[in-house]
Each structure stands twice: as C-alpha cells, then as structure tokens.
Design a protein around this ligand. Sequence first.
Ligand code: MG
Length: 158
Amino acid sequence: MFRIGTGYDSHRFAAGRPLMLCNVRVPSELGLAGHSDADAALHALTDAILGAISAGDIGQHFSDSDPRWKDADSSAFLVHAVKLAAEKNFRVANCDLTIITQSPRLGPLKDKMRQRLAELLGTPADRVSVKAKSNEGMGFIGRGEGLAVIAVVLLEKI
Ligand code: MG
C-alpha cells in the first residue's frame, strides 16, 4: 500500500541569516527569513510527508509563534514527520525535491543535500532526488526576492 504527498514552501531572502537548504549550509550572502532556520526544502518535504499520512501541515505541528522553534534546526520537523509516518507503519519509498532559485547555484551541493536528506529520512540515498532550477528571471524568484521548493514523497507500508 502506498500514500503520496506534496509539499510547497517559499521564503524571502534576508541579510544576516545563514542559507540552509536540505539541512546543508549553502554559501550565500543572503539567507532566508523565517521563524526557524527557514530551511524551505525541509519544510516542503515535511509537509509532503504530513500530507501523505493526512496529518495536517507543518504549521499545525510547529507553530511559527512558538518560541521553542525560534531559529530551530528544521531537521527536527522532518524527523517528527517521519516518526508520525512510522507510527502508521509507513516509510519513505522515494522523494523528489525541486528547489527554484535564481541564485546561488546549487549544482555542486545537490549530492550533499541528497545524502543529508537520506540520513534524516532513514532511506538509501538512491531513493532521494534533489533538483535545482532557476526561474528564467521571472517573477519574485527571478527578481531574487526569495526562493521556493516543491516536494513530492511516496510512502510505502512497512
Ligand atoms: Mg517554511
């Protein structure tokens, strides 16, 4: 038995913050604004898993007004979603993320991101995909105001 989920997240760029994506620190002059570490890739993937098990969304589980999550490492959110899925006897069959940003270029870090996600998911890295796209200069992403991430996950019954 399988369950599928999708996730989407976007954050504004902000000065004076580290840029975290897939729990990997990305060299960049700008980071992302947010209550937690603003790791939009982890947030989108967390939402995809929560969606697959019909367990609401990341904001219900980790409120952005809760001081416990101020500047929090977002890997805790993903690990929590994986745990909720495991409690329903599901594990990640595969996942696929698309990070859409005009800059910085993420190509050299994609494998590191896959490895780190695989560790957090407890899944072999060949079941994890991270892709990067620019937005061809269009819209808020093209203007460099922020970035967005789309995630899809397939869960399989253990
Ligand atoms: Mg977010």
